[in-house]
Design a protein around this ligand. Sequence first.
Ligand SMILES: NC(=O)c1ccc[n+]([C@@H]2O[C@H](COP(=O)([O-])OP(=O)(O)OC[C@H]3O[C@@H](n4cnc5c(N)ncnc54)[C@H](O)[C@@H]3O)[C@@H](O)[C@H]2O)c1
Length: 389
Amino acid sequence: MRPTANQKFFIVGGAGFIGSHFTDHLLGAGGAAAVTLYDNFTSGREWHHAHHAGDARLRVVRGNVEDTEALVRAMEGHDVVIHLASNPDIARAAREPTIDFFQGTALTASVVEAMRRTSARRILYASGSGVYGDLGTVEAAEDLGPMLPVSTYGASKLAGENLIGSYAYMFGLSGCAFRFGNVVGPRQTHGVGFDFARRLLDARAKNESSDAPIVLKILGDGKQSKSYVHITDIVRAVHSAGHLIGNHTDTHPVLLFQTPQRVLAELTACSAALEDVLGQPVRYFRPPHGARRSDVLHSARALGMAPVMWNAMGYDWEPDTIPAKIEASLESGVRRNRRRGHGSNLLLHDGGQAGIGQDRSATVEAVARLVPKILGEGGRFVTVDEWNV
Ligand SMILES: NC(=O)c1ccc[n+]([C@@H]2O[C@H](COP(=O)([O-])OP(=O)(O)OC[C@H]3O[C@@H](n4cnc5c(N)ncnc54)[C@H](O)[C@@H]3O)[C@@H](O)[C@H]2O)c1
C-alpha cells in the first residue's frame, strides 16, 4: 500500500495553484483518506477544487494561518501537513518589506506550532530557490552553503526551513523542504516571467492609441539576470542524456485495479503527452504498481510499447527502509539473475511515494555501495535497448 493511501492530509494554502494539483493527486491516484484545505482565499480560488465537491473526503476550511488556535482546531486528526501558504507577490516586498516575515516566516511558525499541539507529525514545505541568494554563475547543489538570501522572500523561506528543522529536533516532527525554482510552462499562473509578460502586454494595451514610447517599470538597474527553464527543456535534456523517459507518472491511477478500457485510455493519454514533449514515439512501458497483468501488457503492446520488466527489487518505497536493507535485497536479486544467466533491471524509487521529491538518500546510499561491488566483479551497464532484447 502506498504511504499516501489512508493518510489524512492537511494542506495549508491548499486552494492555490500548487495546492490544487496536490488536491487532485491526493484525491485521485494518491488515495488519501481525507484532504483538508485550510485557506483564506487571498490568492486561492474556489474553482481550483470545485470539481471535487462531491468527494466526501474533501473538507475546505476558510481561515487565516495567523490564527494558530483556529489552525489547531482544523488540523487535529490529520497525519501529514503540506504547507504552501505565503505571500505570492514577491515584488510586493519592495514596497512593503515586512510582508514576507508576517505572510511567510510567521505563518510557518504558526503551522509548526499547531503541529506540535496536534496529531500531525510530518510536514512537506514549499520553500524556494530564493534561499540560495545571488549565486551568479554558480550552480546550486542541494547542500550548497552558506545560503545568503538577497530577498526578504528568500530569507523568509530559509527561516521557515530552519523553524521546521528546530521543531523536528525539539518536538519529534519530521519533514521535507522543497526549493521550487523558476520553472516556466503551461498552466503557470504567476511568477516573475509571467509577471513580466503581463506588464509588457498591459503597457502595450495602454499605449495602443498613442505614439509615445512604451515605458516599462523595472526593479534594479536592469542588468540583473535570472535563470529560467522550460519544463519541456528539462524533459528533453534528461532524455538526450541517454535516459529513457517512461510513462510512470506521479498521478496515474493504480493500474492493477483498473478495467482494461481504463488502462488503455490512461496509457494512450500518457503516451500522447510524452510524445508531445519528446517529439518522438514512446517505445517502452514499465508496468507500475505491480501491474504485470496480461491485459495491461497487451494494451501497452497494442500502443507500440515494449514492456520493460524489472527483476531485482530494492523495496525502497517502504517507510522503514534503510540503505543496508535496500542493498541486500538488490544484491540477492542480481546474484539470482546471474546464476540464471540473466542481466538485472533494478527497480528503484525516489524514496517513498507520498509525493514528488521524497527523501531518496537511502536509495542513493545503497546504490552507491552496490554499483562498485558489481562492477568489480565484471558487471557492466547496458542501455534498455540492449537489455530488452
Ligand atoms: N509557483 C511557483 O513557481 C513557486 C516557486 C517557488 C516557491 N513557491 C511556493 O509554493 C507555495 C505555493 O505557491 P502557489 O504558486 O501555489 O501560490 P498560491 O498563491 O497560488 O497559493 C498560496 C495559497 O496560500 C493561501 N494563503 C496565503 N496566505 C494565507 C494565510 N495567511 N492564511 C491562509 N491562507 C493563506 C492563498 O490564498 C493561496 O491559496 C508558496 O509558498 C510559494 O512561495 C512557488
